[in-house]
Ligand binder design. Structure first.
Ligand code: GTP
Ligand code: MN
Ligand code: MN
Length: 397
């Protein structure tokens, strides 16, 4: 065959956790096409299909150069029939008609808009669409009862759908660090999630908090949240306490991937006024939202926090996740919350299928030895799993 001689031979291991995937991607047109189909499947709760597209996407992200020919893909893992069809179309025409049809579809567009509201998942969005609600206006007009998270999500819709820059994450980190240390001196605060992987922007900011003395971290978040709130930094927060149970032979095993750490989902109020120092005392929570902009000289009175006037505000809303782990579980929490989501999922799959082990953000259990394997660092966890260590910047699968 003509293609045979020209074909590039790529060698890629099957599990994403065996690969080094940097942010630099030589196949963005292909990966964006597959990513949209994966996202659409996720929004429709077609999990198997979503994972298949995500795995294909991740294989292409790991390639050292651009694919130009279908023959280049020979021998690559995870590329199913459907993904190959999409890749073929994109290589031939520059676009895939299935991807473009999906992108333009009313259902995809409505699911995107509605799940763009913090607190609204695929199930709720589907229920609303079936009631004829496809836009924010229709939702507001419908009189649907919204929970507190969703109300806050709708109120700060525009801000929360703007990417968060690394500088903004760092500014929030300064505030969080100060408050956490004032409640628990000696606490350690680590930026996790996408920013730890070196992403320049994110949809939120994630922090992991621990303390070198086991047990000192218990009950930290309610205090941190109430202090942040009293200082006017929180527009919304929901704190849940640690529900991870200790049994005789170590921490109890979890059936799902959900973890049980003490955590706080919040919407942070980030000051952006150039005249305001980051660490300066912000407004008190006793003032109402509409009053709170008044101190700013270039902000006219009566500005509302959403809608067209948003550019005149001196602050923006940012989603912030705080997670607290005891030091004994810190390495597992750090690994589990650094992502990417696919990298994590693949690591758990590797543990289960290849090593008869069970990995969570709390612990690693060896089914054959019937015991928990301790680890004080991410490197030790990779070693327990028989995997080469992959640093955070190369976990962008
Ligand atoms: P952006 O925020 O979009 O930049 O990407 P991200 O990678 O930071 O994603 P996200 O903030 O959603 O999650 C960060 C990491 O935490 C990912 O690896 C998730 O798998 C993980 N994560 C998020 N929620 C949970 C959870 O409830 N339990 C556990 N164990 N991990 C979670
Ligand atoms: Mn994140
Ligand atoms: Mn998060």
């Amino acid at each position: 065959q003509i293609n045979e001689a020209a074909a590039v031979v790529f060698s890629v291991p099957s599990y994403a956790c065996q690969r080094r995937t940097t942010l630099q991607n030589h196949n963005t047109v292909l990966t964006e096409a597959l990513s949209l189909l994966a996202e659409n499947a996720e929004l429709n709760e077609e999990d198997g299909r979503a994972i298949a597209f995500r795995r294909s996407e991740a294989v292409l992200k790991a390639l050292p150069k651009a694919v130009t020919n279908l023959a280049d893909l020979r021998g690559l893992p995870c590329l199913g029939e459907h993904s190959l069809k999409i890749i073929k179309d994109v290589l031939k025409d520059g676009v895939s008609s299935e991807v473009e049809t999906t992108r333009q579809s009313d259902r995809y567009k409505a699911l995107k808009v509605l799940t763009g509201i913090f607190g609204v998942g695929a199930k709720t969005a589907d229920r609303w669409i079936k009631m004829g609600i496809s836009t924010l206006h229709q939702l507001q007009a419908s009189g649907q009862t919204l929970n507190q998270a969703q109300q806050a999500g709708l109120e700060h819709y525009e801000d929360l759908n703007q990417p968060v820059a690394k500088a903004e994450a760092d500014a929030i980190g300064d505030v969080v660090q100060k408050v956490v240390l004032s409640v628990l001196p000696g606490a350690l605060i680590t930026l996790i999630g996408g920013f730890r992987r070196g992403k320049p922007t994110g949809h939120d900011v994630d922090f992991l908090i621990t303390h070198p003395e086991e047990g000192r971290e218990v009950g930290l978040l309610p205090k941190v949240a109430s202090l942040l709130k009293s200082q006017g930094f929180l527009l919304y927060q929901k704190t849940t306490r640690n529900s991870y149970l200790e049994s005789d032979d170590g921490p109890a095993r979890l059936s799902s991937n959900m973890d049980r750490f003490e955590r706080c989902f919040s919407i942070f109020k980030l000051e952006m006024n150039p005249g305001t120092t980051r660490s300066g005392t912000p407004r008190s929570s006793s003032r109402t939202e509409s009053q709170s902009d008044d101190h700013s000289p270039q902000t006219p009175g009566g500005v509302h926090e959403n809608g067209l006037e948003s550019r005149r505000r001196s602050w923006r809303a940012v989603r912030v996740d705080l997670v607290v782990s005891p030091i004994s579980q810190f390495a597992f929490a750090l690994l589990g919350w650094t992502g990417s989501k696919l990298f994590e999922r693949e690591m758990r799959r590797w543990a289960g299928h290849e090593k008869a082990m069970s990995l969570s953000s709390h612990a690693l259990y060896d089914t054959k030895q019937r015991r928990y394997l301790r680890a004080a660092s991410e490197e030790e966890i990779f070693a327990h799993l028989g995997l080469e260590y992959i640093p955070p910047s190369q976990r962008n699968a």
